[in-house]
Design a protein. Sequence first.
Length: 326
Amino acid sequence: MKLKNSKPFKTHNQQLQILRSRGLFVESSAKRSLEQFGYYSIINGYKWLFLQRNSNGKIIKPERYIKGSTFGEIQNLYDFDKKLRSILYDSLLEYEANLGAEISYRFSEKHPEEHSYLAMDNYSRDQSAVSSVVGTISSLSNVIKRKSARGQENNAIKHYVNNHGHVPLWVLVNFLTFGDLNYFYVNAEKDIKITIAEDFSKKYYRSYKQLIKINTDSIEAINHIVNHFRNAVAHGEITYSKYLKKGPSFRNIKRNLELTNYEISSQKGVFELVLALKLVLNKRDYSILKRRLLSLLSEYENKFVSVEFGAILHDMHIPSYYQQLL
């Protein structure tokens, strides 16, 4: 006996009819958008801001759209988020490369032996970190095994294995995920972590001529939020409203940036990510990020009628005085 499909196939015309029946104004160009990107990506991903809610803020069932809302507005939010991901992606990659270079240099400086990164004694001796250290070593080993396997296309790891019998860390880091780099830093020996944090303090001074002390807690907090958004951006997830439900304290970052009047939410969103990146990107790269973000906000601030643009800024954790903070 076949089970009844609770979500049967709908043609594009049927999908548009459903939207109209729920009070959404649908422009003639909407069908082309559905054909190109799909109903799920546009509507199910970005409709929530445009749905009617009761006095308790709960979405009314069955769903009804806010009076005057249009398919074009939902499409605009979809496009806005897509451009936001592109902006963040470039900056996140920049920090990823920088962190990888720092880790490989400072670790190899202290442990120059071949494959020293595969030895447990070269990581934190904290008993509570044993499982995490083993996980990091296993991840590094698996990357080498996978990239050097027979049949694998030529790459730097395979070259070093076949021609030198070992893979330097400064080569390996280019094949690690940001998650791998994050855990490498977390599990590194304390003196290495401190030195890397001091290096970022020096880089900040070179950019801004301002002496600050970026400590290991700040780097771990930055890495945590970067890792969360790096995955979202890379996989095309909804980003503008994404936030961390929990994580390391943002207090040191706030102090470093002298954000005395900025109330940090317990849940960190896009704006906290951008602020955190200021500490670890050079001035030029951060200025590019800032300029592109401000340009995006300016481009879309008048493209929504049924909802206020402020609601989108709120979901991004961006306060009304954001330009002063950036």
